[in-house]
Write a protein that binds this ligand. Structure first.
Ligand SMILES: Cc1cc2nc3c(=O)[nH]c(=O)nc-3n(C[C@H](O)[C@H](O)[C@H](O)COP(=O)(O)OP(=O)(O)OC[C@H]3O[C@@H](n4cnc5c(N)ncnc54)[C@H](O)[C@@H]3O)c2cc1C
Length: 424
């Protein structure tokens, strides 16, 4: 278990021969940690990234096998990856742009449909769909050539925070002294809990079953989502060619049941929901990967920076917030944390260190609004569509149709989905 100590050392720990130093240490080897470490090093900050699995370089996906973790990337993510010189280096034959989103009420009928279109919104696409390992492998490649960035495969055992910075003790021995620590250590963030940063947490009692499918009809660059009676949500996201990636959010018991289905049973299951709308849209579906399930919950840290007495630590990504995947925004939100942090540190006055409390408070203020809004909307949508009384069902189906008729509301929804981001 990680231990945290708030200390006021009489001599600077960096003076000790055993302790190495860096401007910033990023803890975490997920996409947010990797992107943040690369971006900080590109700013000229001496950066060390620490995570247990950094010794292996993620292999780029190839051929007909598609990664298990597929994400919807918003334009704000595309902008950050372009800024990091990653976007153009990606294999674009494995990325599918999304030009339409069709969201259906539980009758699967046209009148209960919300249709968001890139054409109507005056934008080339609404999002992109791609594999996690595609992004990770490209981030790994770029990190190898970044001489301000060192990666260490290890786990943080203990963190000591004082007025000047933090000392991180590694499980395999050794310690690192840093002015700023970026905690990108995921939903169960050991750094968050050991610093005493509380988090509100809600278990949705749902698991998401994900699997990739080949379909017989073209998906027409459309992301489909069906809200089913009882609270299940099925999303089919387009992949290059006639392929789709499914995210089916359902009760843990039903998820366990889905994982056991064979091809013919899956087909029956699809035919039995949303009045067979999935088959009508996509034709016959053949399984293209091993389905896997992820538990779903909502988490929001009460603070996104370390304690008032010595902030010195920033939370990003799932360490700061976790949301239901129905809007496909969790990672996008985490990468907006990265973008804002890079913007603030990149523009800092020369007399301010990267862990200057003014900068960290600026980061926290800027991230709170975006995070609260997105967590609130996804949570309310999830709950609205879980309600099972017939009045509520009629109301939400009618609501989708009404929203669909309002150009103004649709435009606002699209603006939120695109995510606003500027690099200066
Ligand atoms: C089914 C599903 C579908 C989703 N779809 C989408 C989508 O379409 N679009 C989207 O934007 N988001 C989506 N998300 C959300 C997305 O998966 C997460 O938001 C994202 O992966 C979080 O990344 P992260 O880097 O913050 O954390 P993680 O990927 O969890 O990384 C945490 C890292 O910290 C390391 N670590 C932990 N403890 C320590 C320690 N003590 N010392 C050192 N290292 C440590 C871990 O090893 C790991 O490398 C989805 C989520 C689910 C469940």
């Amino acid at each position: 278990m990680l231990e945290v100590h708030q200390s006021h050392p009489s001599k600077t720990p960096a003076q000790s021969a055993k302790i190495r130093s860096a401007d910033v240490v990023v803890v975490g080897g997920g996409i947010t940690g990797k992107a943040c470490a690369l971006g900080l090093a590109q700013l000229g900050l001496n950066t060390i990234e620490i995570a247990p699995d950094l010794s292996q370089i993620t292999l780029a996906p190839q051929g007909l096998e598609w990664g298990q973790r597929i994400y919807a990337f918003s334009p704000s993510t595309q902008k950050l990856l372009a800024h990091l010189q990653i976007w153009d280096a990606l294999d674009h034959s494995r990325i599918q742009s999304v030009r339409d989103m069709r969201i259906y009420g539980d009758r699967g009928e046209k009148n209960d449909q919300l249709h968001l279109s890139a054409f109507e919104a005056g934008t080339p696409q609404l999002a992109w769909i791609g594999e996690s390992n595609l992004i990770e492998s490209t981030l790994d490649q770029a990190s190898r050539f970044q001489n301000k960035l060192e990666r260490i495969s290890d786990v943080i055992d203990k963190i000591e925070v004082d007025a000047e910075g933090s000392t991180l003790h590694l499980k395999n021995g050794g310690a690192i002294r840093a002015q700023l620590v970026v905690a990108a250590d995921g939903a169960n963030s050991p750094i968050r809990s050991e610093l005493g940063i509380t988090a509100s947490e809600e278990n949705y009692s749902q698991n998401a079953v994900v699997a990739n499918w080949t379909c017989t009809y073209p998906h027409l660059e459309t992301a489909f989502q069906w809200f089913l009676p009882g609270g299940d949500i099925v999303a089919m996201l387009p992949l290059p060619g006639k392929q789709v990636s499914m995210v089916w959010s359902t009760s843990p018991e039903h998820a366990a049941d889905l994982l056991k289905l064979d091809q013919a049973q899956w087909q029956e299951r699809f035919n039995s929901i949303a009045n067979g709308a999935i088959g009508k849209q996509l034709g016959e579906l053949s399984l293209n990967s091993n389905p896997v399930a992820f538990p779903l919950r909502k988490i929001r840290a009460t603070r996104f920076i370390g304690p008032e007495s010595a902030p010195k630590v920033v939370l990003i990504g799932d360490a700061a917030h976790v949301m239901h995947p129905l809007a496909g925004q969790g990672l996008n939100l985490g990468l907006r944390d990265v973008a804002v942090l890079l913007n603030i540190l990149g523009k800092r006055e020369s007399f301010r260190s990267p862990s200057d409390a003014v900068l960290l408070r600026r980061y926290e203020r800027q991230r709170q609004g975006d995070t609260s809004a997105l967590l609130w909307v996804t949570d309310k949508l999830k709950k609205l569509f879980s309600a099972s009384s017939s009045t509520e069902r009629q109301l939400r189906n009618w609501g989708l149709g009404m929203v669909n008729k309002s150009h103004f509301i649709k435009q606002r929804l699209i603006e939120r989905a695109l995510g606003d981001l500027d690099f200066e």
